[in-house]
Design a protein around this ligand. Structure first.
Ligand code: ZN
Length: 379
């Protein structure tokens, strides 16, 4: 049995994971074997790595050992006998919500929130490895002009695309507040810019990340270290003719940011709820915040399969969206511990970190990043 390197969560306790030699997975008839070219670290991986209460509840000790990771780009090296549309050599990424085609939601075009879906790296072995097996139905063919370090982060970028566009993609010429400065909020800022949002206001606290938000196209940055909610609301009103924003994205989770996202929203506007609150019960002003406001409140989980992927590929391949400011670091897969340390350090010093199992692929990614840095900034 051939073996491969994989980053495996071993014990249901804090203290990380181990780089191990494990068997290369054997694929089923409707699956493909992917050679991982790039994989990126997500907040979810940090929760599992640290084994917080969510990981203990959601995954449970019984499923360990399990390979970490879900964000991926790579090359198909083997296909099962029933695989029809994916070929050996295809360059793909994976939708991480592995939907059950028979779910009511799947039948109605809501596959991303199917009742019986599995999540890669959460409910089954993930992608922090040299190889991973994937069902054909979640494979998405990338445009080859999108480098692996960008193709890998399309999973959280897709969250940003869906959060910005919502259900109707009616955003051009409108105003938007993005509450939060984590990687998905930074991606959302770039998507908002690329899709014609006319005024983008980002609310956050990390100097490192807010600088990235500026480079991703935010028109205004509101630092919560320096301003009160009331001051920020006054600013939003001044910027929107006294009405509040058309669209408000909540991308933190938590009582204060949720309140903030509702506060800045104008009557008749749309609020996208993406951040996951550590306390699920959060008081909101139901009457004035939703009912009398005529607010449309949308929960966003995942990406629209495959509408989001299609638009995202178009924006990246068509060079309408540059996500390079958010992809701050690339490193070897075996340096994952350093990656996790950087992502949990305060103050923040990294946004998205991409890992490469293969040294030559990492070298090529470094060269692309250096080249980009040396280029004069376009105006
Ligand atoms: Zn992710």
């Amino acid at each position: 049995m051939p073996t491969m390197k994989a980053v495996v969560k071993i014990k249901p306790e804090p203290g990380g994971a181990e780089l191990q030699d494990v068997d290369v997975p054997t694929i089923g008839a409707d699956e493909v074997l992917l050679r991982v070219q790039a994989t990126s670290i997500c907040g979810t991986d940090v929760h599992i790595y640290e084994w917080n209460p969510w990981a203990d509840r959601r995954i449970g000790a019984g499923r360990l050992p399990q390979t970490l990771g879900h964000e991926v780009a790579g090359e198909v090296v083997e296909i099962g006998s029933y695989v029809k549309n994916i070929k050996k050599g295809d360059y793909i990424s994976s939708e991480t919500h592995i939907f059950n085609p028979g779910d009511l939601q799947s039948l109605l075009g809501q596959r991303h929130i199917g009742k019986n879906m599995e999540i890669l790296g959460v409910d089954r072995d993930g992608v922090f490895a040299e190889y991973v097996m994937l069902p054909e139905r979640v494979c998405w063919i990338n445009d080859r002009c999108i480098p692996p370090e960008f193709a890998s982060v399309q999973e959280p970028l897709g969250n940003g695309v869906y959060a910005v566009l919502g259900e109707d993609a009616d955003v051009a010429g409108k105003s938007m507040v993005i509450v939060g400065d984590g990687p998905t909020a930074l991606f959302a800022t770039g998507v908002a810019r690329a899709t014609g949002v006319a005024k983008i206001i980002v609310v956050g606290f990390s100097d490192f990340n807010l600088d990235i938000a500026r480079r991703m196209g935010a028109d205004h940055i509101l630092d919560i270290k320096e301003t009160s909610l009331d001051e920020r609301h006054q600013f939003v009103l001044e910027q929107t003719g006294g009405y509040g924003v058309d669209i408000s994205l909540e991308m933190v989770g938590g009582e204060v940011p949720i309140k903030e996202a509702f506060t800045h929203l104008r009557k008749g506007g749309r609020l996208t709820a993406f951040g996951v609150a550590s306390e699920a019960q959060v008081p909101i002003d139901y009457n004035d915040g939703i009912v009398f406001k005529g607010a449309q409140v949308y929960g966003i989980n995942g990406r629209k399969v495959f509408d989001t992927w299609y638009r995202m590929r178009g924006m990246l391949a068509g060079k309408r969206l540059d996500i390079s400011p958010v992809v701050t670091h690339v490193m070897e897969l075996e340096d994952y511990e350093k990656g996790f340390e950087m992502l949990t350090a305060e103050p923040r010093q990294a946004a998205k970190i991409v890992l490469f199992p293969d040294h030559s692929e990492l070298k090529a990614a470094r060269e692309r990043m250096d080249e980009k840095r040396d280029m004069p900034a376009a105006d």
